[in-house]
Write a protein that binds this ligand. Structure first.
Ligand code: FA5
Length: 341
């Protein structure tokens, strides 16, 4: 009987090793371990043996049965590709799923949108490939006006019927001012977070494609005091503390009076570094009271309504918030940089 059992074990293990289909392993299980299976039949004969032999063969028979069953289970798992809990070491530390990181620009964008929405502002969008009209003319910058030289424009190589280059990559988010006025009229409150493009020399604080947030508030009796209050609210939300700013006169043809807002450089604490061109101050944005000509282009009566507008460099806000010394890092796709946020 011992030989018979060993033989059957070898035979079954050999057969199992060649099996590739689930149906074959099921059939083999029935053939050997089933009620009328071959191993079962041999073990049924145990009763004809003497006491000692019965014990010995019984033990061997059960051991072989267990081994065969184990091999069958293993094969079934191989075939189905499923690993049972027996193969999983539950004490091993888990594998941490990799999740992406938000670009610091997106973090600042989310904060800005949340703040302005909570203050009742609409979030607006506008075309990046813009017409000369909305980018300049509607903003009180007629053709050949010297103010056009203030922004190095990417003109698109496509002329209109009059032979003019009509399309530009927008140099700022301000073209959405007149678009919004034409669409929504007054009173109006909105912000435009978006990308702007300028053909300029890139350095630690200048990019050719950068981001601005434009803010527009039009109602009766709006004054510079409202402008200052909203700028302060925006900066304290982003920096979560009081920051040192200075407001000085600035010229933009689409506002009167025009202002520029600088912030004490947080990279060097105001001592001077390449990020602030060694001045201790970084220019964050332009602002002012909307020029009557611009309100008129937006079909809004300047006798009844007034408004303020500002456009802040949102890359620069993120630089000052996170202490990032070079604007080029934002769009560098450098994972060592991005993984920190
Ligand atoms: C403007 O773009 C005006 N449209 C702002 C404005 C809006 C004035 C509404 C009045 C009313 P300026 O060219 O100064 O202005 O740009 C505004 C801000 O954008 C700058 O202060 C700076 O923070 C950011 N900025 C400008 N050029 C770049 C650049 N190349 N790279 C990064 N940020 C820039």
């Amino acid at each position: 009987m011992k030989n018979e059992l060993q033989k059957i074990k070898e035979e079954v293990i050999n057969k199992i090793s060649k099996i590739k289909k689930e149906i074959d392993i099921n059939n083999l299980e029935i053939k050997y371990l089933g009620r009328k299976g071959e191993l079962t039949k041999i073990l049924r004969n145990l009763k004809n043996l003497g006491e000692e032999q019965k014990k010995e063969m019984g033990r061997l028979g059960n051991q072989i049965k267990k081994e065969i069953r184990k091999e069958i289970e293993r094969k079934k798992e191989d075939i189905s590709g499923y690993f049972s809990s027996r193969d999983i070491d539950v004490s091993l530390p888990g594998v941490k799923a990799e999740i992406g990181h938000l670009n610091p620009l997106t973090i600042v964008q989310n904060e800005l949108e949340e703040l302005f929405t909570s203050m009742g502002f609409m979030i607006l969008d506008g075309p990046e490939l813009e017409s000369d009209y909305y980018c300049f003319e509607a903003l009180n910058i007629p053709k050949n006006h010297p103010a056009r030289d203030m922004q190095d424009t990417f003109y698109i190589d496509k002329k209109n019927k009059e032979g003019d280059y009509d399309l530009v990559m927008r140099t700022h988010t301000s073209p959405v001012q007149v678009r919004a006025m034409q669409k929504y009229g007054a009173p109006f409150r909105g912000v435009v977070p978006g990308r702007a493009f300028r053909n300029e020399a890139v350095d630690a604080c200048h990019e050719h494609s950068f981001f601005q947030i434009e803010c527009l508030f039009i109602d009766e009796d709006i004054s510079v005091a409202n402008l200052k209050a909203v700028v302060r609210e925006m900066l304290s939300k982003i920096f979560e503390k009081d920051v040192t700013i200075r407001i000085r006169p600035g010229f933009f043809p689409f506002v009167e009076p025009g202002l520029e807002v600088d912030m004490s450089c947080t990279i060097c604490g105001g001592r001077g570094c390449p990020s602030c061109k060694n001045t201790g101050w970084l220019e964050m944005g332009g602002a002012g009271m909307i020029h009557p000509n611009v309100l008129r282009a937006g079909k809004i009566d300047p006798e009844k309504y007034s408004g303020f507008a500002f456009g802040f460099g949102w890359d620069r806000l993120a630089m000052m918030k996170f202490g990032i010394s070079d604007i080029r890092l934002f769009q560098s796709n450098n994972l060592k940089f991005l993984n920190q946020f």
